[in-house]
Design a protein around this ligand. Structure first.
Ligand SMILES: [Zn+2]
Ligand SMILES: [Zn+2]
Length: 562
């Protein structure tokens, strides 16, 4: 997964290089503005690129659209690469330091090999700049201050924590890159436990420490290895802690690098009670470690020190839902609202994944920003579904993702709602109602006497939008009474309802659907993150509706109940 911050940084570099070349001001500013727009758009960028809708943004024309697409898809662009080739290294960054002109950049590049703001600062500190003809001590001092100012401005923009999906993709690509040079590596830390966000990543690698760190420094993802602290710095500001292990203690190292602290403390306590010294003994595998304390292996998603040892001892965790049990892809958008693919394309892609059914749930009319489906257009969509159904074995369900309006009503008349085979009810607007109004709104929606799925419950967008404020237990009570299920939305930016609330939903015997909220056939790949959230919440396969065969699923989610 790409991130918007990296695209913005490249656009800013293009602006800098154009300015260095003395290109017209409007050109430079267009790229500067594009960098700002991309920063503001943030997580929405993925969807806009995928749906080819970048030009709907103010100030993004054809040329910028192409640049952003290339930067997003490949991490660079032909234009940026050409500008880099034709100009001194680092010019795109140095030009933004106050006092640095193109001429000065060229002179310092040739005289001192200055290629970044960092190296300019270093040269100023060592008084090498004032030795270069044309640069006096005063200029050197001013440049030093300007560098410090620029660097602190950059540092002020703390990199946001990494999303689970981003972090895992990064670590998996690093593992692939290391495969030839180390015996074994495994992801550990907060991401192995399925935490939604992480600032530090962990990798356990088998091998001798110096050799491992040398190997880790080679892949292109890694910018720098801090050997003293065994930390690899990667693009975008994330840090990866490298834990080295031998084949004899790989299990011990993996266990301790995975955490959490509370879980480790609980296991250590249990070990002491049994006279086992965890610090002393070495375990080749985690299974052996848990066995030594009289427990089955505990899935990482459950290692939070919240009573998992007791559940492990009593029933184990074999019943937690697993990815390959899912039989249907729930919550799919098509080109009828803000999706990219047709009904048939979505269905065929689901069939290719071995799925048995798919639910088409485009937006309802109130969601005009997402081109919600009007009553008239619904008829056309249902006809399309019928035609598509003749061309695939995947059962296609007629659903909707209906907006929950300001007052808690749903966005189609009851007579229409009853004709759907599945209703997801979601909030897409007015996220900032106060707690009382928001709770009343949701309680009303969830109390409606039809089976509905509470879509992306708290409306959060990780790193960008806080969850809505409401009394969740009250809403769950209303849903249990009115009839319905909880969605576990697998969109990496959502992961909603958050896992922390799942035990409360389980206690009320509410069923779950693990949904992809896909806006294109490429959107199906996120399913695994929804599974991870379910497992963190302790959800068992028998509680998940879309592990059921098509007929049973359809009966379970049918909106109209006798
Ligand atoms: Zn939605
Ligand atoms: Zn949706």
């Amino acid at each position: 997964m790409q991130n918007a911050a990296a695209v913005a940084k490249s656009l800013q570099e293009i602006a800098g290089l154009l300015r260095f070349e003395g290109q017209p001001k409007f050109k430079v500013q267009a790229y500067e503005r594009a960098a700002q727009i991309v920063t503001i758009v943030g997580p929405e960028l993925a969807g806009l690129v995928e749906q080819q809708r970048l030009r709907e943004l103010q100030g993004i024309g054809k040329a910028l659209e192409e640049q952003i697409q290339q930067l997003w898809n490949s991490g660079s662009s032909d234009f940026l690469e050409r500008l880099r080739r034709e100009n001194p290294t680092g010019a795109g960054e140095l030009i933004w330091v106050s006092g640095m002109t193109p001429k000065r950049i060229r002179v310092l590049s040739e005289a001192l090999g200055i290629s970044s703001v960092d190296s300019l600062l270093q040269s100023c500190v060592e008084h090498r700049v004032s030795q270069v003809p044309g640069f006096g001590a005063k200029t050197e001092q001013r440049l030093q201050q300007a560098c410090e100012r620029w660097l602190s401005e950059q540092a002020a923009v703390e990199p946001a924590p990494m999303l689970l999906a981003e972090g895992l993709e990064l670590l998996e690509s690093l593992r692939r890159a290391l495969a030839g040079s180390v015996q074994e590596s495994k992801i550990a830390g907060a991401l192995r436990r399925g935490q939604e966000l992480a600032t530090e990543l962990d990798l356990v690698v088998m091998g001798e420490r110096t050799a491992v760190l040398d190997a880790v420094a080679r892949p292109r993802q890694v910018l720098r290895v801090d050997a003293q602290h065994s930390v690899a710095h990667v693009a975008g500001g994330a840090k990866i802690r490298i834990h080295t292990a031998t084949s004899a203690d790989f299990g011990s190292k993996l266990f301790s690098a995975t955490g959490s602290d509370a879980h480790i403390a609980a296991v250590a306590q249990r070990a002491r009670e049994r006279g086992v010294d965890l610090a002393e003994r070495r375990f080749a595998s985690e299974a052996e470690l848990y066995e030594a304390v009289g427990l089955p292996w505990i899935p990482p998603e459950q290692r939070e020190g919240q009573g998992e040892l007791e559940r492990a001892a009593a029933t184990g965790f074999d019943d937690l839902v697993e990815l390959d049990q899912i039989q249907g892809l729930v919550h799919c958008h098509t080109s009828h609202s803000d999706g990219k693919n047709s009904v048939l394309e979505m269905a065929l892609a689901a069939e290719a994944l071995g799925m048995k059914y798919i639910t088409i749930t485009d937006h309802s009319p109130s969601a005009h920003y997402a081109r919600g489906v009007s009553l008239d257009a619904l008829k056309a969509q249902w006809d399309e579904i019928s035609r598509a159904q003749e061309q695939t074995r995947v059962r296609i369900l007629r659903g909707t993702e209906s907006d929950i309006l300001r007052d808690g009503a749903l966005d189609y008349p009851d007579a229409v709602l009853e004709q759907f085979e599945l209703v997801i009810a979601s909030i897409h607007a007015r996220h900032r109602l106060d707690r009382a109004a928001m709770t009343a709104r949701l309680v009303r929606a969830m109390s409606l006497p039809c089976f509905k799925i509470w879509g992306h419950g708290l409306g959060r967008i990780l790193n960008h939008r806080a969850p809505i404020d409401c009394d969740v237990p009250q809403v769950l009570d209303a849903l249990a009474k009115g009839g319905g299920a909880i969605e576990l939305n697998a969109d990496p930016y959502r992961l909603d309802l958050p896992p922390a609330w799942l035990p409360a939903a389980r206690a009320r015997k509410l069923p779950f659907v693990i949904s992809v909220d896909a806006h294109s056939t490429r959107g199906f790949g996120v399913l695994r993150y929804g599974i991870t959230m379910a497992r963190r919440g302790g959800v068992e396969a028998r509680e998940v509706l879309n592990v059921l065969p098509a007929q049973d699923f359809m009966a379970a989610v049918r909106p109209k109940r006798e």
